[in-house]
Ligand binder design. Structure first.
Ligand SMILES: C[S@@+](CC[C@H](N)C(=O)[O-])C[C@H]1O[C@@H](n2cnc3c(N)ncnc32)[C@H](O)[C@@H]1O
Length: 287
């Protein structure tokens, strides 16, 4: 037998999620809750332990207790773990038919309301904005929709500080732009090597801020909330609590957009009218 083949037999099997003992898992949950305000218990994802195991292996460790020791002393590892636990997949104009409806109907109407009798200010909030693709898509739409006398502010929030740093840079792989029309790509993006950089004046329309929708009771007042593919990770009870807080953050007539596999639950069903069922667009009812 060759040396390579025999060493394959002696190499220990890599650490896997099923080896994460309950006691250490509970300690890790406590640590994330106390230091990051991140409550793993509220996530319904059954693959959580598998994702934690990826971090254990990335540090070259083979047991949960050693990993916890590193986690306690190394703040960077806490951030890396948080990134591994939250999935940052996104795209510009993800679900294009949703953005088409926003562009043609929903946003022009919000602009009009903000102008005539409104405060002259329109506030948009993209929740769980990952690398910024979603709030920047809104910025691209608003850039062409502006109404005289109305200023627009776009807020992008996410639980992960690391992904927000990336979002602020405004640099994207080509695959994030597959739904961007050639005209928009030409006008607003510049090619840098194999990446695309969004024009500075569009980037400046978006403000990014770290915000955890599970831990925080303080939601900013806003006219429009886009929260897609975030609630799916939470338990039903937690989704209900968050949806009620969204309703509290919106004025009558304000808009909520959810992801394709998300819907209103519990009390929130009484607080919104359906604007488009297929696009998961809802309007805050008059109270
Ligand atoms: C799959 S991405 C969705 C990105 C974008 N909304 C979209 O649909 O393309 C989910 C995002 O939600 C964020 N997230 C997960 N838990 C969160 C929480 N408790 N508070 C705020 N953001 C959270 C993740 O960090 C991740 O960037």
């Amino acid at each position: 037998m060759s040396e390579g083949a025999s060493s394959l037999h002696t190499r220990p099997a890599p650490f896997v999620g099923s080896e994460f003992p309950d006691r250490e898992f509970e300690e890790l949950c406590r640590f994330l809750r106390d230091t990051q305000g991140f409550d793993l218990g509220l996530y319904k994802d059954r693959c959580i332990k598998r994702r934690i195991a990826i971090r254990v292996r990335a540090l070259g460790l083979d047991n949960a207790a050693d990993y916890l020791r590193v986690l306690h002393r190394d703040a960077a590892e806490a951030e890396a773990l948080l990134s591994a636990l939250t999935i940052h997949v996104s795209q510009f104009f993800r679900n294009p038919s949703t953005f088409a409806l926003l562009e043609k109907q929903v946003l022009p109407e919000l602009f009009r309301r903000a102008g005539s009798g409104g405060r002259g200010r329109l506030r948009l909030w993209s929740v769980g904005c990952a690398g910024g693709e979603e709030p920047y898509s809104l910025a691209l739409l608003c850039n062409d929709l502006t109404v005289a006398g109305v200023s627009v502010s776009i807020l992008g929030t996410d639980v992960s500080a690391k992904i927000l740093d990336q979002a602020r840079k405004g640099i994207f792989e080509a695959q994030r732009l597959v739904e961007v029309s050639p005209g928009v790509r030409e006008r607003y993006f510049s090619l840098e090597g194999r990446h695309y950089r969004l024009a500075e004046h569009v980037r400046n329309l978006v403000m990014f801020k770290q915000h955890n929708i599970m831990a925080s009771q303080e939601y900013p007042r806003t006219d429009f909330i886009m929260c897609r593919n975030v609630l799916i990770y939470f338990s039903r009870a937690e989704q209900e609590r968050i949806l009620a807080r969204f309703a509290g953050a919106l004025p009558a007539g304000g808009i909520l957009v959810l992801g394709r596999s998300e819907t209103l639950l519990g009390e929130s069903r009484e607080l919104f009218d359906v604007e488009s069922l297929s696009e998961r667009i809802y309007r805050r009812r008059e109270s």
